[in-house]
Design a protein around this ligand. Structure first.
Ligand code: ADP
Length: 363
């Protein structure tokens, strides 16, 4: 059991790369926290500093309120699971899982008990005598998890542990790791570049870009209230679409104008926009696909949010249809009812849900 505090942490590599800058995060005991961001944004470096595999250039790392900056990895009571599993090919599954415990000179009986228990949790008891080459990718990943579990660490660090698995198995293993977290009641820190993985796994998600934390929130808050265009565009599938425009106050209310289109905000939201002093400002409107509709019921209920759209492509997904639209030269994706009759090449009307669109400062 352990809480972690990362205070003003920097990692500067020789040659002038600041891989992580001013990283501040308090992780509660038993929390499942996910670091997410595009490749190269500093996720692995952060994890490796927590593990003690990289020096911290500046700042402080506390585990259970103890300063750990100079503590060697083996004394941090942390287990790390890597993308490539790093199993020993010549050893059986049992020996792979037991290896770290043997090094620690744990009594044989206790080792057997821990390995058997971990194998039971991971449903790999029947594989204990096999060598890694006789295992599937998913089974190897379980062994790698098992090797971490037997150590009963205070903190589990996982660096893209599922990226070598196919999509279906990844989905299954996501659920397994969630279950494992509930079962072990330990702190998990999980790194991924995949926003779906982050959204389905973490209780809190840390979104990073260029070594800097952009936002730390629960999956739902990240989705509903992204703090900037980067987070809005990174989280969600399909991602948010953006269009530049101006906020204007007209006689009957507040409008967002882009090209020849002008869409009106509901009164409650309009007064907030006025209060924040946004009128007259150049801003960016971010729209999620479920907030653009083509059904008649939406068009007639909010006529002031209706615009002309050209359908470029349609994608039938079964439970919904995606319309790839051009509106005043900007591209949008609308997620509509699968019974929609819109087809590629059509000129149609769509309505924005003006309560749900996002406004961002121009970056
Ligand atoms: P991520 O895990 O998000 O893909 P990394 O933490 O691996 O990102 O890398 C962050 C940045 O630090 C990248 O720009 C990367 O090129 C740089 N970097 C990583 N390791 C080293 C190193 N040993 N020396 C110099 N630069 C490095």
């Amino acid at each position: 059991m352990a809480g972690l505090n990362l205070k003003g942490i920097y990692k500067r590599y020789p040659g002038g790369v600041t891989a992580v800058g001013d990283f501040n995060l308090d992780i509660e005991d038993k929390e499942f926290i996910v670091l997410v961001g595009p490749s190269g944004c500093g996720k692995s470096t952060t994890l490796r500093m927590i593990a003690g595999l990289e020096d911290i250039s500046e700042g402080e790392l506390y585990i259970d309120d103890k300063l750990m900056n100079e503590t060697p990895p083996k004394d941090r009571d942390i287990a790390m699971v890597f993308q490539n599993y790093a199993l020993y090919p010549h050893m059986t599954v049992f020996d792979n899982m037991a290896f770290g415990l043997k090094l620690r000179k744990m009594p044989k009986e206790q080792i057997k008990q821990r390995v058997t228990e971990a194998a039971r949790i991971l449903d790999i008891e029947h594989l204990l005598d096999r060598k890694p080459k006789a295992l599937s990718g998913g089974q190897r990943q379980r062994v790698a998890l098992g090797r971490a579990i037997v150590r009963e660490p205070k903190v589990f660090l996982m660096d893209e542990p599922l990226s070598n698995l196919d999509a279906k198995l990844r989905g299954q293993m996501r659920a397994e790791i969630n279950k494992l977290h509930k079962r072990l009641q330990t702190t998990f820190i999980y790194v991924t570049h995949d926003q779906t993985e982050a959204m389905t796994m973490g209780s809190r998600i840390v979104v990073m870009k260029d070594g800097i934390i952009q936002q730390i929130d629960s999956p739902q808050v990240l989705y509903d209230n992204p703090v900037n265009m980067f987070v809005g565009g990174f989280i969600g599938s399909p991602t948010m679409d953006f269009v530049d425009g101006t906020l204007e106050k007209k006689e009957d209310g507040v409008y967002f104008t882009f090209g020849k289109a002008s869409v009106k905000f509901p009164d409650g939201r309009a007064s907030k926009i006025i209060d924040k002093g946004y009128i007259g400002k150049q801003v960016v409107m971010g729209v999620r696909s479920e907030n653009i509709r083509d059904e008649e019921v939406y068009l007639s209920s909010a006529p002031t949010s209706v615009v002309d759209a050209h359908v470029e492509v349609t994608e039938l997904m079964g439970s919904e249809t995606l319309l790839h639209l051009t509106i005043e030269g900007a591209s949008f994706i609308a997620k509509v009812d699968p019974r929609s009759t819109a087809k590629a090449g059509d000129d149609i009307k769509v309505a924005f849900d003006m309560n749900r669109v996002h406004l961002f400062d121009k970056e």
